[in-house]
Design a protein around this ligand. Structure first.
Ligand code: MG
Length: 395
């Protein structure tokens, strides 16, 4: 068993892709902006076990540009798949101890599957990614549509690529493919593992992946586009986070307003407006996430218009502004630091009130109370502080 030695990847992209019924072979068609060949190259380029990449293209095809950080060579294929792989093999460096072959028509191959296949080939000499049959397998004879027998599903695996080989094993397989008569089924082997098996080598199965589908028909292509669409929609997209902080003195003779809710207490927050520190911190967090300045810039306290203003209304205005800039508010979280009063009995009402101003569901708004353990100004009850974060998505 060898655990070292360079690894070369051969990406088979020479197929004519006639089944897709378009002028350009399928592997060169853009799939959500990137061709299948480039997607396959990217997967091997990202795999730290792979040292070099050889792409085998059609003998007369024009070759669109391919990009990789690793050494990448493009070679012309032959008449049959096995001729193309043989040309790719010749182009790999002599130092390549393991050669991993992949069909460009499987653009969803993962780095993890490539790694598993390489590791198994180092151990067993040859390895093939394959899926356990999940459907019951029926066999027919002579092109008939009548079932001749049902095969034992437990014994059936459906081969995918990558397939990886020790250099000597692949050389044997290629030689075997050259020697067979034109009438032999090996004359048009559909994978290299088949040639290695016939040359007497052990080939180990590595569990493949359902998403590692081969895109052959128009239906497959549409399915692949839908998978990428959904991945894009489900992904995080352009998500921005903002942080906000506010502190106000607690003084007698003022109402205590937090999140638009007036809380019974013997003191209130001192300020130009209603001094609602939760609303102020959240407003700054929302503006911060949108890169849209801060509360002081939007509502200067030198402006008499904001004297005694409802900070919940100001938050509502800011939400409208960031919406106009194409932002959607995903969630808001705030921590209120105060020795007194106890916030817990009011949290539900505050969340409900903030959710209304933010235009989101209350379960996307979180408010938590915290004491300062008697330490400092906050601990002595001279002031109340709020920390907040907001997460927004740019549409
Ligand atoms: Mg403030």
């Amino acid at each position: 068993m060898s655990t070292t030695g360079r690894v070369a990847a051969i990406i088979a992209a020479a197929g004519q892709g006639r089944r897709l019924g378009r002028a350009t072979p399928k592997q060169w068609l853009p799939l959500a902006g990137r061709t299948m060949v480039q997607r396959s190259v990217d997967a091997f380029d990202a795999c730290h076990l792979v040292d070099e990449i050889v792409v085998v293209v059609g003998s007369d095809a024009a070759v669109p540009a391919l990009a990789a950080r690793k050494p990448l060579r493009i070679v012309r294929g032959g008449e049959r798949r096995q001729d193309s792989v043989a040309n790719g093999f010749e182009a790999t460096g002599e130092g390549a101890a393991i050669i991993v072959i992949h069909d460009a028509a499987r653009p969803f191959v993962t780095t993890a599957l490539i790694e598993r296949t390489i590791a198994a080939a180092r151990e067993a000499g040859a390895a093939v990614a394959a899926l356990a049959a999940r459907d019951t397998v029926k066999q027919v004879e002579g092109g008939s549509r009548d079932v001749a027998r049902t095969l034992d599903r437990e014994s059936i695996f459906l081969a995918q690529t990558p397939q990886a080989f020790r250099r000597d094993v692949l050389r044997d397989a290629i030689t075997r493919g050259r020697e067979v008569s034109a009438a032999s089924p090996l004359a048009h082997a559909t994978d290299e593992a088949m040639l290695a098996e016939r040359a007497g080598h052990a080939v180990r199965i590595v569990l493949g992946e359902v998403a590692n589908m081969k895109i052959t028909t128009e239906e497959d292509f549409a399915l692949a586009e839908a998978m990428l669409d959904r991945a894009g929609a489900a992904g995080p997209g352009d998500v921005r986070t903002g942080v906000g902080y506010d502190l106000h003195r607690l003084v007698e003779g003022r109402p205590l307003v937090l999140g638009g809710i007036t809380i019974p207490f013997d003191r209130g927050l001192l300020g130009h407006s209603d001094a609602d520190a939760i609303c102020h911190a959240i407003t700054d967090a929302v503006l911060g996430a949108a890169g849209a300045g801060d509360i002081g810039g939007h509502f200067p306290d030198t402006d008499p218009r904001w004297k005694g203003a409802s900070s919940l209304e100001l938050l509502r205005e800011v939400v409208a502004k960031v919406r106009d800039r194409g932002f959607l508010i995903l969630n808001v979280d705030a921590v209120v630091v105060a020795e007194h009063p106890k916030l817990t009995p009011h949290v539900a009402a505050i969340r409900e009130s903030l959710a209304g101003a933010l235009g989101i569901a209350p379960n996307r708004v979180s408010v938590k109370g915290k004491t300062n353990e008697g330490v400092g100004e906050l601990g002595r009850g001279e002031a109340l502080a709020v920390h907040a974060v907001a997460t927004l998505r740019k549409s």
